[in-house]
Design a protein around this ligand. Structure first.
Ligand SMILES: C[S@@+](CC[C@H](N)C(=O)[O-])C[C@H]1O[C@@H](n2cnc3c(N)ncnc32)[C@H](O)[C@@H]1O
Length: 277
């Protein structure tokens, strides 16, 4: 079957599917992308059409395939130290939090950061490198989550082609990454000590958040709201704000905005917001 054979009606059903599953709004311009990404699955099952694949996804007996389709329909582009200004601010906030905590009752409370759409792990490991640098052995932890189990597997492996490391500071590369040798040449592995501070889990931001997530000093919610419509965005941010500590910060992508939430968040710089105490 030619993947260009998706009809408008079939495409509309997949638009609905990914909206219901992930809150992702796909415009009509994504038709070729959807047919291209799903063509292999249609072929894999030897099905005559995208509609037949849609029926399979919704028959209640193919849970794993539903996850796979969600994996295929999400866009996972990311890189280490993306939008570097955020990592400079992370450094500042972590230092001032450690100073404020010194000698106080919360001296032993970990500094907690959540990378809420972490893709293949470059974002949470960048966060972890900064925290290891400025907080060292003091208590801190990073939670990293995504809806896609495929990217979470890659994130847990922490193993990347060396060319992905272009934006990692040289000093961090030396301290926090192992350079592959022999058959691993041209790759890097994030150091074990750092990996142990980052916990990965699947979280769908489009549904109620797991009760045991806890609360955070900083949440990175970057380059995922671009896929959400206004309503979904408001619901997602409202859920996330409940997990942000008073005085905590929310980081969003530079091309995203949170104008709608002006009453509950204070802008610090464009793309960084503070939850009032
Ligand atoms: C473009 S990546 C952004 C990665 C990283 N935050 C960055 O800025 O480089 C968007 C990620 O959002 C995830 N995503 C999309 N919808 C989601 C949802 N409803 N819940 C959780 N993650 C979602 C995708 O799987 C993808 O990995």
């Amino acid at each position: 079957m030619e993947h260009s054979a998706i009809s408008q009606g079939e495409f509309a059903r997949f638009q609905r599917f990914i909206f219901d599953m992930a809150g992702i709004t796909m415009s009509d311009s994504k038709k070729a992308l959807v047919s291209g990404r799903l063509a292999k699955r249609v072929q894999h099952f030897g099905l005559p059409s995208y509609d037949a694949y849609f029926k399979l996804l919704t028959d209640g007996a193919h849970k794993e395939e539903v996850q796979l389709a969600v994996d295929l329909l999400t866009t996972n582009e990311t890189y280490f130290f993306r939008e570097n200004r955020h990592f400079e601010l992370l450094r500042e906030f972590a230092i001032s939090s450690a100073e404020a905590a010194r000698g106080s009752l919360r001296a032993n409370a970990p500094f907690r950061v959540w990378s809420a759409a972490c893709s293949s792990g470059e974002e949470p490991y960048s966060i972890a490198m900064v925290l290891a640098d400025v907080l060292g052995g003091a208590p801190w932890e990073v939670t990293a989550s995504d809806i896609s189990t495929r990217v979470l597997e890659r994130a847990r492996a922490a193993h990347y082609p060396m060319e992905r490391a272009t934006h990692v500071p040289q000093d961090y590369l030396r301290r926090f990454c192992l350079k592959g040798i022999r058959d691993q040449q041209g790759t890097l592995l994030v150091d074990r000590a750092l990996r142990q501070r980052v916990s990965f889990r699947q979280v769908n931001l489009n549904t109620a958040l797991p009760g045991d997530l806890g609360t955070y000093d900083i949440v990175f919610l970057r380059n995922v709201m671009i896929y959400f419509n206004g309503d979904t965005k408001r619901q997602v941010v409202t859920r996330i704000l409940q997990r942000l500590k008073p005085g905590g910060h929310l980081f969003i992508g530079h091309s995203e905005s949170l104008q709608e939430m002006g009453d509950v968040l204070r802008p610090v710089i464009p793309s960084v917001y503070r939850k009032p105490e």
